[in-house]
Every structure is written in C-alpha cells, then in structure tokens.
Design a protein around this ligand. Structure first.
Ligand SMILES: NC(=O)c1ccc[n+]([C@@H]2O[C@H](COP(=O)([O-])OP(=O)(O)OC[C@H]3O[C@@H](n4cnc5c(N)ncnc54)[C@H](O)[C@@H]3O)[C@@H](O)[C@H]2O)c1
Length: 352
C-alpha cells in the first residue's frame, strides 16, 4: 500500500510541488505544516500518516489515538496518546508540538454508534467541540471528515447534491451534520479554517471500523480465504464508494487548496457507486467458485436511507477533484493488497 501511495504522489509531484509551496506558506514560516492526526489507528489514519509524512517529513506528522500502537506504527514516525475528550491534554499537544493542522479522524462509525449511542455522542459531538475550539484558540487549519451517512431518507438519493435536505436517522449521521454545521459556523463567525469532505464508503485492505459499507472490504478477505461470503446487505443495495488512495489524495489536495478557491467548507467527494452483486460479479473473475449468500441485518435499514449516487461536481469544479480508480481497478488492487498483506504475507506476519 505504501509503495503505491508513494507512486501516486510521484505521478502528481509536478502539480504537488506548486501546491506544497502554497501549503508551506500557510504556516507563515516557509516550513512544512506540523500535522496532528487524531483517531489515527483506524482504517484511514495509518495510511493518511504515510501519505502526509511522504509529503511533509516523518517528524512533521504526529499520529495519535487512545490505543496501544504496534511496533510497526511506532517505527514509522511520532506516535502519542491523545484522548479527544481531554481538552487540556489536546492543548498541551498543540503547544508542545507546535501543531499547525489537525486531521480529526476519531469517531464511532455508523453501525458501532447505534450500539452505543451515549459514547457516540461523546466522541463524535463533544470530541468535535474540543477540536474546533482548539483550532480556533491556536489558529489551526482543521479537517473533519463527514460521510454519505450525513444524509437520510428525505434526501434525494440518486444523485445526492452537495446542498440538500439532511435528516439522517443514525447518531453517526446526526453527529456528522452537527460537525459540518459547527465547523461552518466557526468559519463564518471567527474565520476558522475549517475543511470537511463527505466521504463515501472507503475501501482498503485494512480492517474497517464498524460502518455500513464494511461489506465491501470484508468480502475480499473472506472470498480470498474461504471462497464464501455472507453479505448483510441485499444484492441490489447501491452505495457510493472510493478506494483509499483516492480518499486520502482528495484530503491532501483539499487541505492544500487556497482558501479563496473554496466556495464551500463542506464538499461531497466520491469515485464510484456499486451494489454487492456488481462487486461479486467482478470478484468472481479472481475467485471463480465464489459463493455469496445474502442475509440483511439492521445495517440494511441504514443503507436504504443513504445516497446511492453521490454528486461531487462542486469539488471537481472548485478545487479540481478527480478520482483515479473505478470498480475494475479497485477490485484488481484489493485482491492484490489483501493477498500481499493478509493471505500470503512475505514475512509470514499479517498486517493486522
Ligand atoms: N472508513 C470509511 O469508510 C469512512 C467513510 C466516511 C467517513 N469516515 C470518517 O473518517 C474518520 C476515520 O474513519 P476510520 O474508518 O479510520 O474510523 P475507525 O473507526 O477505523 O477509527 C476511529 C479511531 O478513533 C479512535 N477513537 C475512539 N475514541 C477516541 C477518543 N476518545 N480519543 C481519540 N481517539 C478515539 C479509535 O480508537 C479508532 O482508532 C471518521 O471520522 C469517519 O467518520 C470514514
């Protein structure tokens, strides 16, 4: 994965060096930004740290979480404990490490959030309050991801535009709408450099964190291990998705975009939309005897209230967002990633 992240960056290095100069200017010192990633040991955090470190240097990207890290994580660069609910602790980190940007990943995802609503309220809402207030106090640029789950059954589902009705029915969705609105409020009221992308289901070989789109990761692991998969969504459930490299590149490009180029502080981004049966059809080319059963559970209700096709035309227009991977290339890369990291790892140790 790292190898490919680097090669993607190498391909975009010409435009990125211009952008990098801009980004460095943002810190006001001609130096690269010092970046803190919260909730960094989840599906997105470790890969995001690799990408940012490749751009800005190992020591300039601090990964943090409340989980004890593996040796591999610690060997890759700075790692510290940061509980998003401890405001003073966060202040100390920002001051001690002279942080310029916060990438705020800590959250309880949609399916897990429904199982523990009070904790989801604390982590997803109180945590965002802390980060936004911290960013205001210390004049930080702050990124908070939102999601297709910030929409609900009253929203147009195909396509779902950037601005429309948002009445989600999960605590995850409610907390993400709250994050979007409080961030925009601080931008308008205090000039906070708040940036937010609504991601679709993100697909990578690493284990996902308990969301409704997790099947699109789990199916690769199960299919390549056993040739079977029991899917918790109906075969025709269409959801927007994105390969992790596209997701993290969108984050990097968005963080570097000059502020005056951004007509909004919250943008939809996506790469593709597919159903379980469309994914199974592609995966069957690699696993010819693949046997998939469908037993919808409570996640079906969540998926039925979410966008089917995401309209990211405003991101494309304002800061030139363009995905690289479609369903064919995604399946090809995932089969390779899962085999390399989990099924036949070279050193005998699986990545997880
Ligand atoms: N993965 C996706 O498909 C997807 C899609 C849309 C949006 N997002 C958003 O991207 C962000 C990262 O997603 P992910 O998939 O990596 O999530 P994840 O569930 O894999 O990781 C979240 C991390 O937050 C940490 N955390 C929990 N409580 C914390 C606390 N009190 N203090 C600090 N950290 C705490 C957890 O330990 C975990 O490592 C989330 O905000 C999520 O809503 C993800």
């Amino acid at each position: 994965m790292l190898r490919r992240s680097l090669s993607v960056l190498a391909q975009t290095s010409k435009s990125s060096s211009i952008l990098t100069q801009y980004a460095f200017k943002h810190t006001g010192s001609g130096k690269p930004p010092k970046i803190l990633i919260t909730g960094g040991l989840g599906q997105l955090g470790i890969e995001c740290a690799k990408l940012m470190r490749n751009e800005y240097g190992d020591s300039n990207v601090i990964l943090s979480d409340i989980i004890k890290p593996s040796d591999a994580v610690v060997n890759q660069g700075p790692y510290i404990f940061a509980d998003i609910l401890d405001f003073k602790g966060l202040q100390k980190i920002v001051v001690d490490h002279r942080v310029d940007w916060i990438i705020h990943f800590s959250a309880l995802l949609s399916a897990i959030g429904e199982q523990n609503v009070p904790l989801a309220v604390r982590v997803n809402i109180e945590g965002v309050h802390n980060v936004i207030e911290l960013a205001k106090q210390y004049n930080l640029r702050v990124f908070v991801p939102s999601t297709i789950g910030a929409f609900g059954p009253d929203s147009p589902r195909n396509p779902t535009p950037n601005v429309t009705v948002q009445r989600p029915r999960t605590i995850y969705g409610v907390s993400k709408v709250h994050a979007e609105l409080i961030g925009e409020y601080y931008y308008h009221k205090f000039g906070l450099d708040f940036r937010c992308l609504r991601f679709p289901g993100v697909i990578s070989s690493d284990p996902p964190g308990g969301g409704t789109t997790d099947y699109a990761v789990a199916i690769f692991h199960e299919a390549l291990k056993s040739g079977k998969y029991n899917c918790y969504l109906k075969p025709d459930t269409r959801l927007p998705m994105m390969y992790i490299e596209d997701c993290l590149r969108s984050l990097l490009e968005f963080m570097r975009a000059p502020s005056d180029q951004l007509k909004r502080r919250v943008y939809n981004v996506t790469a593709m939309s597919f159903t379980p049966e469309e994914l199974v059809d592609k995966l069957s080319k690699y696993v010819p005897d693949l046997h998939v059963t469908y037993n919808p559970d409570s996640r079906q209700d969540i998926a039925d209230s979410w966008p089917q096709v995401f309209d990211d035309s405003e991101a494309r227009r304002d800061w030139n967002w363009k995905p690289k991977y479609d369903l064919d290339s995604l399946v090809d890369l995932m089969v390779r990633d899962v085999k390399e990291n989990y099924i036949n790892p070279k050193d005998g140790k699986t990545k997880g």
